[in-house]
Ligand binder design. Structure first.
Ligand SMILES: [Zn+2]
Length: 281
């Protein structure tokens, strides 16, 4: 990292969970990584990237009504929880949407003043013919797609065709596989380059075992994506998977705001492989 690179804080909010989820449902292949019949929850996160001058939200979570409809548990309203940081939706200049699945792209109507950054390929996908397949469209919500399109017509949606800089030093990178337009966010921090992987990696164990989460649009691109995010990050602990309960357990809580974890600080333990929930080598 160059000496003049600005450094940011990266904060993760664990705002919900999908408890009781069978471990088997988190992996495309059985590499002996779970006990048959065991459970492995998926947690729901969004992320804030900030320094004294910039405030970027990565993904927007989903509202309580959506949690009820899909049988998920919401601990906090994720937009209201921004108040813990002394901020709110009106202060967020830039929102990065990693991909358009419901758990990452809800609540967009609550950020009417923010620029929203999305890969053009993702918008094409979720408005295209692939959505005629029920199983493909199941993780999408038409109201979220409509909100993105409304942002386009209001000059608020910024469609990227590849890597791009969002604020100085913070970049997005396409990592297709989970969806064709999934992007990850690379952030310079005091401990090195941190990559918010979104659903380019659900769990640390998906990366370690090279066994993807089974919602995917391309197996080889997904596996290539693991190589890509490893190349972008300064180590295994610098890759932040999108749904791993261990993220909230391993990284230190923000003083005064215990629901937020400080990803710009080193995790309490290491290595990642020894602690991935429910996983064993
Ligand atoms: Zn997700």
């Amino acid at each position: 990292m160059a000496g003049n690179t600005p450094l940011y804080e990266v904060l993760a909010l664990r705002f919900g969970t999908h408890a009781g989820r069978p471990a088997r449902d988190n992996f495309l292949t059985d590499e002996g990584q779970f006990t048959p019949g065991s459970e492995m929850p998926n947690d729901y996160y969004l992320w804030v990237v900030r320094d004294g001058r910039h405030l970027v939200l990565v993904d927007t979570g989903f509202p309580r009504e959506m949690a009820r409809r899909r049988g998920r548990t919401l601990f906090r309203d994720p937009v209201d929880a921004l108040a813990d940081l002394g901020t709110g939706a009106a202060d967020i200049t830039d929102v990065v949407i990693t991909h358009m699945h419901y758990d990452h792209a809800g609540n967009l109507d609550r950020f009417p003043h923010s620029r929203v950054h999305l890969q053009e390929e993702e918008l094409r996908f979720c408005t295209g013919a692939s959505m005629r397949h029920r199983v493909v469209r199941r993780p999408f919500e038409p109201e979220n797609v409509a909100a993105a399109v409304r942002g386009l017509y209001a000059d608020r949606l910024v469609l990227h065709r590849g890597a791009a800089e969002i604020v100085p030093g913070v970049t997005v990178h396409p990592v297709p596989g989970h969806t064709p337009g999934t992007q990850v966010v690379r952030v310079p921090t005091a401990r090195g380059w941190v990559v918010l992987a979104g659903d380019a990696a659900h769990l640390w164990a998906n990366i370690r075992l090279r066994s993807p989460f089974p919602i995917l649009e391309g197996l080889s691109p997904m596996l290539d994506g693991y190589d890509r995010i490893e190349a972008l990050a300064d180590g295994d602990d610098h890759i932040i998977p999108g749904h791993d309960p261990q993220v909230a357990l391993r990284f230190p809580a923000l003083p005064g705001a215990p629901d937020w974890s400080c990803l710009h600080e080193p995790p309490a333990d290491s290595p990642v492989g020894a602690t991935a929930a429910g996983a064993r080598r």
